[in-house]
Design a protein around this ligand. Structure first.
Ligand SMILES: *[C@@H]1O[C@H](CO)[C@@H](O)[C@H](O)[C@H]1NC(C)=O
Ligand SMILES: *[C@@H]1O[C@H](CO)[C@@H](O)[C@H](O)[C@H]1NC(C)=O
Ligand SMILES: *[C@@H]1O[C@H](CO)[C@@H](O)[C@H](O)[C@H]1NC(C)=O
Ligand SMILES: *[C@@H]1O[C@H](CO)[C@@H](O)[C@H](O)[C@H]1NC(C)=O
Length: 318
């Protein structure tokens, strides 16, 4: 199905017609919300919390609360994050990223007061579920993001990139100098993290992932990007490590260490797209996936609808 959509987008690009329902749905894909600068950076905190917990726990064995218990503002502890079996270099890199996320959360909290940490589902099962959906079949043995460096990097491919696209999407709507400066600084480091993760994976692009019967790392990144494009529902905003020439920089290369548009500019995503992707439901009103009880802050809560899923009771405390 996605291949077909890609083909349509391709045809649309060739024919010069815009706003086809597959490529772009103006209403569904508009980032023009009635949201303040503070709402927009609060929304980003959901991703920063997710990264902080995933990186810190994997590399140090300790979660955010062990470093700064006030940042979570009383939000529940994450579920399922744990120490990963990482090689020493990967461990050092992820540990640094984890501390950077604490800095990002502090920066936002100091300037705007912050929001409570949402419930985070960082269980092995949740990553396996997303990964299985991307590949289109069940992993055997079950995919475990914490099992080794390669699996951890593949799981990490999921997160900073989404944050990066969110910052690119938010900046044009910001009003105030101080918030623009903050978000520009967040974007810089977030995109750096994504670049490092993608470079480490690029070096291993031909290695096979046993849990998916020998699919290569490059193929898996394409599948994950395709899944995110499908869930986001606003065309191509996400590309794997090896692409057809027409998606490569200047149509001259198939290597794609950085995911970017035909001008080699970063793709943007709206809060709704990010919710659709991180919930895994393709619906910004219906939580699930990494944020089973919904994301926090005014923007996410504005979209949240009761009765989308069978989990309302479990979430009533949050
Ligand atoms: C966003 O919406 C407001 C109110 O409808 C409108 O005035 C403004 O021009 C829009 N901005 C963009 C960039 O579309
Ligand atoms: C935790 O972060 C808050 C917000 O930046 C800061 O005020 C506080 O001093 C930090 N606490 C620790 C223990 O670092
Ligand atoms: C976390 O995700 C897994 C896999 O989808 C699911 O089975 C589990 O119930 C989720 N946990 C919570 C608290 O939502
Ligand atoms: C590369 O090809 C795509 C699709 O044919 C086209 O939209 C894009 O403008 C091309 N880029 C360059 C730099 O020629």
């Amino acid at each position: 199905m996605f291949r077909f959509s890609l083909f349509l987008v391709f045809l649309t690009a060739l024919s010069g017609i815009h706003a086809s329902p597959v490529e772009y749905d103006a209403l569904r894909c508009s980032g023009n919300l009635s949201a303040t600068d503070v709402d927009l950076v609060h929304f980003a905190m959901n991703l920063e919390f997710t990264e902080a917990e995933f990186f810190l726990k994997a590399s140090t064995g300790k979660g955010l609360d062990a470093f700064n218990a006030t940042l979570a503002k009383g939000g529940p502890a994450p579920i399922g994050a744990k120490r990963a079996n990482l090689d020493p270099i990967t461990n050092r890199i992820i540990e640094e990223f984890g501390y950077q996320e604490i800095g990002h959360l502090r920066a936002i909290a100091d300037m705007t007061g912050g929001i409570p940490r949402p419930l985070l589902n960082l269980t092995r099962e949740n990553f396996a579920m997303f990964m299985d959906r991307a590949v289109g079949r069940r992993s055997k043995p079950r995919f475990d993001p914490y099992a080794n460096s390669l699996n951890y990097l593949l799981a990490s491919y999921y997160i900073p990139y989404v944050g990066l696209t969110g910052y690119v999407g938010a900046i044009p709507y910001l009003v105030y100098f101080n918030i623009k400066r903050l978000v520009a600084g967040l974007l810089g480091v977030e995109s750096g993290q994504d670049a490092v993760i993608r470079t480490l994976l690029y070096e291993r692009q031909d290695e096979t992932v046993e849990e998916y019967g020998g699919v290569t790392v490059a193929e898996l990144t394409n599948e994950i990007s395709n899944l995110r494009n499908e869930l986001g529902m606003c065309g191509i905003k996400d590309e794997g490590l090896c692409v057809p020439l027409w998606l490569g920089a200047e149509n001259r290369t198939t290597s794609n260490i950085l995911s970017a548009d035909p001008y080699s500019l970063s793709y943007d995503r709206t809060p709704q797209e990010i919710l659709r992707v991180m919930y895994g439901t393709g619906n910004e009103h219906c939580p699930g996936g990494f944020w089973p009880c919904g994301a926090n802050g005014r923007i996410a809560r504005m979209f949240l609808k009761k009765g989308c899923h069978g989990n309302d009771d479990a979430c009533s405390d949050y």
